[in-house]
Write a protein that binds this ligand. Structure first.
Ligand code: ADP
Length: 451
């Protein structure tokens, strides 16, 4: 029986290993982590991450050929294949701070493996491409699996061993084998291309607002070109998640280190537009509401960086809330999957500190007093002057907006950062609506230009 050990029981390691265990009953999979609370959660009914379909997969395999444990060394020493899926945050200090990947956790895992297994092993690069919110279907039916290894007989043998694991359910032609640098750069390039599409359509959204075009019509027309395709062309308040920004910053750093400042500058712009989009959104809110939100209640619907996940890493909601708090607003936040603790931690943490393990972070940051976290959309919006939709949760499409309107201060504003509401219907009810990249309300047109 082949034994696999995965170091790091996070968003990547957990779901990936659960699916490997499900699809390969002949393989024993142990997922290990230094965080006791995380491992306890994986062994309980309340998994540490929310991912549709994950509970089911874990229930089917846990205790049979899928185990979660804190006995890191034991499982590593027994394993034939070791996956390392620990966090690689952006460096916050020293050489490459704010850009380069911090390999501290990766290095400590590698040193530990060398200690318990000796140095006789091959290193492969097997980047993941799963999208949070759809991780399980993505893993069941991946567009491709990428395995990079050395071009030596031992390297090729290692590639084959890993290929055998994925071949249990992934068609042969979707398993791509490359050299190490190709695999590493493909991962960064894929995320950079995806993020670049979002920044491109978001850049267009600003021009649409200025000219009277409708970004939904523009992106539909653009996406009909089969060379471009329709996916990933929705304008929004900006992209988030643990990967896009981190991978682009890393790409930028690698370009700079290789003497390619023009290439670095090109990719940096993708992040700049994303930051611009978030601050443009905040400026639009403040300028619409008579240029001040001081002491006004603003409801925030959605805090996760996308729907169907409780993950808040790099979510645009953090920047939008911080922007509103900076203007002295009172914000009332509702998200179906994010806890108050997490929100308070996110709003008190410094940029780039989020990806350092929780057990190393101060556990009781001073709560932000102007923030309240509530458990339904109607409480969040009661007596509010404005509502911001920051995550595209399905339930926000079917709220009783008449009821929300009746319980709000007037004029009642809605700022839709995900373009999910029916603008005409809301205007009929009486809302002043801002929807990204759409023709502006007469009201908004009269307000001072947004920087
Ligand atoms: P990702 O989204 O990449 O999966 P996460 O932060 O969700 O990232 O998960 C990374 C996990 O790796 C964390 O649970 C962390 O505790 C764990 N980890 C970090 N360093 C080590 C290590 N040296 N040994 C075991 N687990 C580690």
């Amino acid at each position: 029986m082949v034994k696999i050990c995965c170091i790091g029981a996070g968003y990547v390691g957990g779901p990936t290993m659960a699916v490997i265990a499900l699809k390969c009953p002949s393989i024993e999979v142990a997922v290990v982590d230094i965080s006791v609370s995380r491992i306890n959660a994986w062994n309980s009914d309340q998994l540490p991450i929310y991912e549709p379909g994950l509970d089911d997969v874990v229930k089917q395999c846990r205790g049979k050929n899928l185990f979660f444990s804190t006995e890191v060394e034991k499982h590593v020493s027994e394993a034939d294949i070791v996956f390392v899926s620990v966090n690689t945050p952006t460096k916050t200090r020293g050489l490459g701070a704010g850009k380069a990947a911090d390999l501290t956790y990766w290095e400590s895992a590698a040193r530990m493996i060398a200690d318990v297994k000796g140095i006789n092993f091959q290193i492969l690069s097997n980047p993941e491409f799963l999208a949070e919110g759809t991780a399980i279907p993505d893993l069941f039916n991946p567009d491709r699996v990428l395995i990079g290894g050395r071009e030596t007989p031992e390297g090729q043998k290692a590639i084959e061993a890993l290929k055998d694991v994925y071949s249990h359910w992934v068609p042969e032609e979707r398993i791509l084998c490359t050299n190490l640098w190709s695999a590493e750069l493909s991962k960064l390039a894929a995320n950079a291309f995806l993020a670049q599409r979002i920044s491109s359509v978001n850049a267009m959204s600003a021009l649409c607002e200025a000219t009277g075009a409708d970004v939904t019509e523009v992106s539909y027309a653009v996406g009909k070109d089969t060379r471009i395709g329709p996916k990933f062309l929705n304008a929004s308040v900006g992209f988030g998640g643990s990967c896009f920004q981190k991978d682009i910053l890393n790409l930028v750093y690698i370009c700079e280190c290789n003497g390619l400042p023009e290439v670095a500058e090109y990719w940096k712009q993708v992040i700049k537009i994303n930051d611009y989009q978030k601050s443009r959104f905040v400026n639009r809110i403040v300028s619409s509401m008579f240029n001040t939100v001081s002491n006004k209640k603003v409801a925030i619907l959605g805090f996760a960086f996308k729907k169907d996940t409780g993950d808040t890493r790099e979510t645009p909601a953090i920047d939008v809330c911080k922007g509103l708090l900076g203007d002295n607003a009172r914000v009332s936040i509702y998200d179906p999957q994010v806890t108050e603790d997490q929100i308070q931690r996110d709003l008190t943490m410094n940029k780039f500190d989020w990806d350092h393990p929780l057990h190393l972070q101060p556990m009781s940051p001073t709560a932000v007093k102007q923030v309240s976290v509530v458990w339904d959309a109607y409480t969040a919006t009661k007596d509010a002057h404005g509502v911001c939709i920051l995550t595209e949760w399905d339930e926000f499409k079917t709220l009783d907006y008449q009821r929300i309107y009746d319980n709000m201060q007037k004029p009642a504003f809605i700022f839709d950062g995900r373009n999910i509401v029916n603008v005409d219907k809301l205007r009929e009810i009486g809302f002043i609506v801002y929807s990204i990249g759409k023709p502006l309300d007469a009201w908004l047109k009269d307000m001072p230009a947004v920087a």
